[in-house]
Design a protein. Structure first.
Length: 111
């Protein structure tokens, strides 16, 4: 999935359109894609079914928030990565409007 950061004064919609083009070559209009996937230095681009997403080849935090996104759920999370220790800490996720905080986990990956 394309990702990136908002530029100053950029709307989230414009950021999605820009980042998608920069990383895939797809042009979005009304958040619909047109064009062909192109190679990227950030990884192999391919279409996959939601239930076959290769989480083992993705950022560690993706396994926690991508399923929520695909279900259309609102959520908040903080993900900290420490390359020296090869670990990521998932602090918490709070679905919008939900009064409870769910502590997800602290995951360590040894390399």
């Amino acid at each position: 999935m394309p990702g990136g950061k908002l530029k100053p004064n950029e709307t989230p919609r414009d950021c999605v359109i820009r980042e998608t083009f920069e990383e895939t070559g797809l042009r979005l209009s009304d958040l619909k894609y047109h064009g062909e996937l192109k190679e990227s230095t950030e990884g192999l681009l391919q279409w996959v079914d939601y239930d076959k997403l290769p989480y083992s080849n993705m950022w560690e935090d993706d396994q926690f928030w991508v399923p929520l996104l695909l279900k259309g759920e609102s959520f908040r999370g903080k993900f900290y990565f420490d390359e020296r220790e090869k670990n990521s800490s998932i602090i918490r996720s709070k679905p919008k409007g939900d009064k409870r905080y769910a502590e997800l986990c602290t995951k360590r990956r040894m390399v």
